[in-house]
Design a protein around this ligand. Structure first.
Ligand SMILES: Cc1ncc(COP(=O)(O)O)c(C=O)c1O
Length: 391
């Protein structure tokens, strides 16, 4: 029997000199090269050794030419979706994609035309706005409501938005970034029913669906009745296995008409394939070994997010304890204009957080803390924030 690996998420590993955006972009973005970074959503926790070893073995061979989309990659995706999410993803439904954002932009291009509108629920991951905008479409924003420190969908308002004839596509973040909400099955069913009634296609970005804290459970759009007609589901190993730099994601599209349109767009951009190491990482990550790593990771991250939320509550601010994701979203509006708070976080607490404005106008004044760090890094940083804003 194989020995069970116990992952050590407490070890601090320097990322200096690895071209990590979280570290190397500090001077450019924050004007302060030494500030401790808890912003961009990748982890300061190591990719599991078995995955690194699989890539290392391939690097022993000295040729890195064009690669085939070999079957093991698709087998691993099908297995993972079945085992981890109880969903059927037939191999023919799967398209590889360099990144989820590539797929978002492609979906906008193939399912809408310039001047059309794309619906979303904000605050939400910034590129949802950016790629609507750069493709000359309009955002139809339905801001989320904050009820008892959780996001809720404003269904009456959304109903009105989806009924507008120019709205052709709905970008859903499931689970939600930045608030960490897991959308319930009944909420997803309502969304699908509204989209079906109005002929709106749904792109469900499920990149955060593996970091979900029991008793919450991720419901993939694939398992919602009617969604197979109008839904696309995007996922990636980037968040769960800390491999975003490898650019390896995939999209599952059960409906053949939608699938052909999506693939046509990807092929026109020559973006229907991923790189060699990404394929190897995907084929190995989405496996029983990967599932055990994920299980231990989720336990560690659960504790981190709870500890951080608990500490921040001392400031008597709204803090969203996430159902999913390694992110904690908090309301700093009572401390003044967001730019001043942003500066104070850097000057007085020496931390760089994601400012809420990145997630759309509804996020202004809120900040997001990335908790995927060893506790010896994370907790003192949060203590400094609390000290800075307790004065
Ligand atoms: C909701 C969401 N979608 C997509 C991404 C980026 O995914 P990718 O690197 O595959 O484009 C992120 C990264 O933070 C995210 O939070």
């Amino acid at each position: 029997m194989e020995e069970k690996v116990i992952y050590d998420f407490d070890q601090v590993i320097s990322r200096q000199g690895t071209f990590a955006e979280k570290y190397d972009a500090r001077e450019r973005i924050f004007g302060k090269g030494e500030v401790e970074p808890f912003w961009v959503a990748d982890m300061d926790l190591p990719t599991p050794a078995f995955l690194v070893e699989a890539m290392r073995q391939r690097l022993e061979h000295p040729m890195f030419g064009y690669t085939e989309q070999y079957a093991a990659v698709f087998d691993s995706i099908t297995w993972w979706m079945r085992d981890q999410h109880g969903a059927t993803a037939e191999q023919d439904w799967i398209s590889l994609s360099p990144s989820v954002v590539t797929s978002i932009s492609n979906a906008i291009q193939v399912f809408t035309k310039p001047g059309d509108a794309v619906a979303l629920l904000s605050p939400v991951y910034g590129p949802f706005f950016t790629y609507v905008d750069v493709n000359d479409r309009t955002v139809a924003d339905c801001p989320l409501l904050v009820v008892d420190s959780k996001f809720e969908i404003d269904f009456p308002r959304l109903e009105g938005i989806l009924a507008q004839p120019e709205v052709k596509l709905f970008l859903l973040c499931n689970p939600q970034n930045p608030g960490g909400r897991v959308w319930r099955e009944d909420e997803l069913q309502k969304l699908v029913d509204l989209c079906l009634a109005n002929g709106v296609i749904i792109f469900s970005d499920e990149i955060h669906c593996d970091v979900v804290y029991p008793p919450y459970r991720h419901t993939t759009l694939l398992n919602i009745s009617g969604a197979q007609q109008l839904g696309l589901v995007a996922h990636s190993i980037g968040k769960t296995f800390n491999t975003s730099g490898l650019q390896a994601s995939f999209v599952i599209i059960p409906n053949s008409g939608l699938r052909n349109r999506f693939r046509g767009g990807a092929e026109r951009m020559h973006a229907a394939d991923i790189n060699l190491l990404g394929k190897i990482a995907m084929a190995h990550a989405l496996s029983p070994q990967g599932a055990e790593y994920k299980r231990q990771l989720v336990e560690y991250l659960r504790e981190n997010t709870l500890l951080v939320a608990d500490k921040l509550k001392v400031l008597d601010i709204d803090v969203m304890v996430p159902d999913a994701t390694f992110l904690v979203w908090s309301d700093f509006r009572k401390f003044g204009p967001w730019k001043d708070v942003f500066q104070r976080l850097m000057d007085d607490a020496n931390v760089a957080l994601s400012g809420g404005i990145f997630f759309g106008p509804a996020g202004e004044g809120w900040f997001r803390i990335n908790c995927a760090h060893p506790r010896s890094q994370l907790l003192p940083a949060v203590d400094r924030i609390v000290a800075a804003f307790s004065q």
